[in-house]
Design a protein. Structure first.
Length: 155
């Protein structure tokens, strides 16, 4: 690692391996989620594009994505997680059903801030606010980001 480069989280920070919420739980996103992740977002493209934090961003692609391309995205997110450059968690329900995703990456303008976005499937829209509230609390209590450094579109 280049030590001249500012790290997203301190070297001694123990990155949480998940969060248990009310009706959902988070675990680090990886290639093992590919089929379930792809089905989750491709079935909710219009809903996700209308979710705060995704409006006007061009994701997800309206034409969808191949399973191989999606797996590549998941592998990239897992690498970022392992290298502490960004943290992406899958949102799970019940028996490991993928119902959404949470992304945490350094802010574009301020690498000491965190850009956070999350989505849930259209058929789980009622969980968007509880997810937002639980993650917001988690960011304040368990992560090393100070007040005013968290950019997470309000619900």
């Amino acid at each position: 690692m280049n030590h001249d480069q500012q790290t997203f989280v301190p070297d001694d920070f123990d990155v949480p391996d998940g969060l248990a919420g009310d009706g959902f739980r988070l675990e680090p996103l990886g290639e093992q989620h590919n089929e379930r992740d792809l089905a989750a977002w491709t079935g909710s493209i219009a809903h996700i594009r209308a979710t705060p934090g995704f409006v006007g961003r061009g994701w997800p692609p309206v034409e969808g994505m191949s399973a191989e391309a999606n797996r590549g995205d998941l592998a990239r997110h897992a690498r970022d997680f392992a290298e502490r450059r960004g943290f992406t968690y899958t949102v799970l329900e019940g028996d490991d059903e993928v119902i959404g995703c949470l992304y945490m990456y350094p802010g574009k303008d301020d690498p000491h801030s965190v850009q956070v976005s999350s989505w849930v499937r259209a058929d789980r829209a009622h969980l968007d606010l509880p997810l937002y509230e639980a993650v917001s609390r988690w960011l304040r209590e368990a992560w090393p980001f100070g007040q005013g450094r968290i950019d997470y579109a309000p619900r």
